[in-house]
Design a binder for this molecule. Structure first.
Ligand SMILES: C[S@@+](CC[C@H](N)C(=O)[O-])C[C@H]1O[C@@H](n2cnc3c(N)ncnc32)[C@H](O)[C@@H]1O
Length: 290
């Protein structure tokens, strides 16, 4: 297969390929190269049957990624596995915006757990709890003993908050989670008024609310000086960089990614974990060399 570059419509331009002199070395980059090559061959009139081998290789590369990531990640706790199973089995009304797919799950739960442990976080804030998977994953990572820490979890929907509380009651560490029901903007305002401050803030609620939540967290003392802000779904299924029409959620995520990039007070990294997780910290003080 010939090496081709990634300038298909809707992409941000080549980060790899002949223009840069660099060959792709990541699964996503290799996949983009292979698909780009297949698109050009199809455009040139090549029939699908002769492309089947390369199509199959591209499919295998994409399809194998998430299972391999999960298989290479420590398993979830029994309490989290039970919570995830209950969430999958629950009857979610078609009229409700809530659905089992909202749950972050095994790999992201493990990632959040690693963040809590690596940062030594004691005070954790979650915006958007759903059935409580990420809240419980973070609570499990808090240290044992006195002053062990807590997770304040914001949720709009009383019914799903009750569901989560039942799951927390079945866990030894469920008592570490303080559920606040209501619009997160109100809860964040109340927490800021109380003078609350958090070592780790995880935002995973309504996407159109993200910019407001980020401002509330960064414009008040809610994020501690050494704190870490994590935002989920910052790739929003590829909408922010794709060629299609942006949904309201896609526009909201594109806007918040731009808001952060333009904010000199912070530095951030967008990780392509699941649907994208952006980690935000207060900007490092400039060194003499800067
Ligand atoms: C993607 S789910 C959260 C998933 C959860 N973090 C997990 O790991 O399972 C988003 C949640 O945010 C809640 N939500 C939506 N709008 C909200 C708002 N304005 N205030 C608080 N919670 C909100 C929804 O009810 C839903 O439960």
């Amino acid at each position: 297969m010939t090496a081709t570059s990634g300038t298909l419509p809707g992409t941000l331009g080549p980060a790899v390929g002949p223009e840069t002199g660099l060959r792709p070395v990541t699964p996503a980059g290799i996949l983009a190269e292979r698909l780009g090559d297949l698109v050009r061959r199809a455009e040139a009139g090549e029939d699908a049957a002769s492309m089947l081998t390369d199509l199959t290789r591209a499919h295998e590369l994409a399809a194998g990624l998430e299972p391999y990531v999960a298989a290479s990640t420590s398993p979830e706790s029994p309490a989290l596995a039970a919570l995830a199973a209950r969430t999958r089995e629950a009857a979610w009304s078609e009229e409700s915006p809530l659905e089992a797919e909202m749950l972050s799950g095994h790999v992201e739960g493990r990632f959040l757990r690693a963040l809590v442990r690596a940062t030594g976080a004691r005070r954790v804030l979650e915006v958007g709890m759903f059935t409580g998977y990420s809240a419980l994953a973070m609570a499990e990572a808090l240290p044992d003993g006195s002053g062990a820490g807590s997770v304040v979890a914001c949720e709009l929907d009383e019914g799903v908050a009750a569901f989560a509380r039942e799951c927390f009651d079945a866990s030894e560490v469920g008592g570490r989670i303080d559920v606040r029901v209501g619009p997160a903007s109100d809860t964040l305002a109340a927490l800021a008024d109380e003078g609350a401050s958090f070592d780790l803030v995880f935002v995973d609620a309504d996407k159109t609310g993200y910019a407001d939540y980020v401002r509330r967290v960064l414009d008040t003392p809610l994020l501690a000086p050494d704190g870490l802000l994590a935002l989920d779904n910052t790739l929003l299924q590829g909408e922010p960089y794709g060629a299609g029409v942006l949904s309201d959620n896609g526009r909201a995520i594109a806007d918040v990614n731009r808001l952060l990039a333009d904010d000199d007070r912070v530095e951030q990294v967008l990780l392509p974990l699941r649907d994208g997780v952006t980690l935000v910290q207060w900007a490092a003080a400039p060194t003499q060399e800067d």
